[in-house]
Design a protein around this ligand. Structure first.
Ligand code: AMP
Length: 568
């Protein structure tokens, strides 16, 4: 681990990409393949390979407490160091007492990470983190903490590690990228490269691939400037999900490639028994089934409805009935033994249509009871109706697209996804082959009540703002936003906030409620995170509103109205 930490210091010291790649390549070559493989994962800023389920579940405050305890420093000293350096790893490197260390290898560090991941409860985790950090040098601790927090901050992206692997072991960059994309494991990719077997990298069922991402389009004209004949689908406001299906085994992965199968037991029966093994791409949405006489299958409910279903390991029957979900499939990545990512969308769409239209192999339906045990029960009539092929439209003019946009909004969806029928599926990449057109966002005028120092290059400025709306004669917080202002504005605001501080809480300053902002957001949720009872999804600052007085900010009633409106 010492060698790896030293390499990281050298990587951080140069801004030149080629030099960074050379340092990584030299370091990797100097280690055994096994150690280099683990190091490659660490150098991508992760404790475990991308596809693996394991997560440390160690929060910043736990790490903070351990670092403070081992350093013997006061809270104020630690806060001052944090403000100066901007991340807890760097703080650990600077304030932990000098120590010869037990010379743990990167492999040993990863073994410890696994122990931490499986340990239950903060006390057990704290003990293991403390043990690990007390056995390493401050420099090693610096990088161990950075890996644990998931951000190395040395200007090294996974793409540069891929370049370094190509440089260290041969093989073209394209081969390394493809193997890594298919395996979701940069360590395993390195092992293949070292053995001259990059071509053997294959997609594996139940190992999630990256998701193809979309770029925003400003308008219908803008969208059609990239391609003329567009495949158009509604943009559903749910969560992206990749479904891996083989007979009656089904697993579902989120956009962060975490497994979320357990949260949606009712989708498993619906996805089981496809006639071919397949990996589908789609969106899980909360769904309202319409009356049988309606010719619509139903419609998606806003994200706030789905929210109640998220993050649950065990889902009660009652919850499944109260908030039913469906899987809206819009793409297929793998089917019948063939990886389909290099086929154009129009072909994949046809394969998806056929796959979902084919008769299912009957499987024993399963469901979970409240204790999480698997129970068997008679099939429900609408089981298959829980997997719906997202309806596809065509548009070749801005007028057509605008009409589709209105219709999508009338159905309660966020907007449109406009896709190039000739495009291949590019996992993990955001290109111009998929464009998203979203609804005009509601904005709120709010007043800033508290501010925090930012991260990274914003560590010395107050850039994170908590803001409130009015509730009769008091202010109630409704959200927190980081982005939207220019560096100059942030610097000016920092000066103002420091002069108008009401209370210094270390990390956070309570400030006089004078600064009015206009904030945009994607939608509003009920939440007890803030005392207004609401929270905003993806809030961003549109502009400062020096023309408005704090008395003029929006009220909780208006927030409630927006919330109610988006529910319809
Ligand atoms: P955004 O999250 O705003 O970047 O928009 C992209 C997201 O829209 C995707 O990651 C999906 O979760 C979601 N989405 C909803 N409907 C579709 C669709 N028909 N095709 C692709 N993505 C969709």
């Amino acid at each position: 681990m010492r060698k790896l930490a030293e390499a990281c210091e050298r990587i951080a010291a140069t801004t030149k990409k080629l030099e960074k790649v050379s340092i990584v390549a030299d370091y990797l070559r100097s280690r055994t393949t096994e150690e280099a493989a683990v190091s490659a994962v660490f150098l991508s800023g992760r404790p475990f390979p991308m596809w693996q389920e394991a997560t440390l579940q160690v929060g910043g405050s736990l790490l903070w407490r351990v670092v403070q305890e081992l350093s013997g420093k006061s809270e104020q000293e630690l806060t001052a160091a944090y403000r100066k350096l901007g991340d807890l790893g760097a703080v650990a490197g600077e304030i932990l007492p000098s120590h010869p260390g037990a010379d743990l290898s990167a492999l040993e560090v990863q073994r410890r990470f696994r122990q931490i991941a499986v340990a239950r409860g903060p006390a057990a985790k704290t003990a293991l983190v403390r043990e690990l950090l007390s056995q390493v040098t401050p420099l090693e601790a610096k990088y161990i903490v950075k890996i644990m927090t998931g951000d190395l901050r040395i200007g090294l992206k996974e793409s540069l590690v891929e370049e370094a692997i190509a440089k260290a072991y041969g093989g073209t960059l394209g081969e390394v990228q493809r193997a890594n994309m298919l395996l979701g494991d940069i360590g395993e990719t390195l092992q293949l490269a070292a053995g001259g077997k990059l071509g053997e990298g294959r997609m594996r069922l139940f190992h999630p691939l990256g998701f193809m991402l979309a770029s925003p389009a400003e308008s219908a004209e803008d969208a059609l400037s990239y391609f003329h004949n567009a495949v158009v689908e509604d943009k559903y406001d749910g969560i992206r999900a990749q479904a891996h299906c083989a007979g009656d085994e089904v697993r579902i992965f989120s956009r962060t490639r975490d497994e979320i199968t357990e949260s949606f037991p009712e989708l498993l029966d619906a996805l089981a028994g496809l006639p071919q093994d397949a990996v589908l791409d789609g969106e899980i949405v909360a769904w309202s089934y319409l009356a049988a006489e309606s010719n619509e299958a139903g419609r998606a409910l806003p994200f706030s409805a789905l929210q109640q279903r998220l993050g649950r390991k065990k889902v009660s029957e009652e919850m499944m009935q109260r908030v039913p979900v469906v899987y809206l499939a819009f793409d297929v990545i793998y089917a019948g033994g063939e990886l389909l990512i290099d086929r154009p969308l129009r072909e994949r769409a046809k394969i998806l249509d056929e796959l979902l239209a084919m008769e299912r192999t009957p499987v024993k339906p399963r469901s979970r009871n409240d204790q999480g045990q698997l129970i068997f029960e008679p099939p429900e009539p609408e089981t298959n109706a829980r997997v719906i092929r997202a309806p596809v439209f065509q548009a070749s003019s801005a007028e057509e697209l605008d009409q589709l946009f209105e219709a999508a909004q009338a159905r309660g969806n966020e907007g449109l996804m406009v896709k190039d029928p000739e495009s291949v599926y590019t996992p993990g990449r955001r290109g111009k082959s998929w464009l998203k057109m979203k609804r005009e966002l509601a904005t709120l005028d709010v007043v800033v009540t508290a501010v925090e120092y930012g991260h990274g290059k914003r560590i010395r400025v107050l850039s994170d703002y908590t803001f409130a709306v009015r509730d009769a004669d008091r202010l109630v917080n409704i959200g927190k936003a980081y982005s939207g202002l220019t560096d100059v504005e942030i610097a000016e605001m920092t000066r103002w906030f420091l002069e108008h501080m009401v209370e210094d809480q270390g990390f956070r300053l309570i400030v006089e409620p004078k600064i009015v902002l206009e904030v945009a957001f994607n939608n509003m949720m009920k939440s007890d995170r803030h005392n207004s009872g609401y929270a905003l999804r993806f809030p961003r600052i549109v502009r400062l509103r020096p023309d408005k007085l704090p008395e003029e900010v929006d009220t909780i009633e208006r927030a409630r109205e927006i919330y109610e409106k988006q529910k319809n």
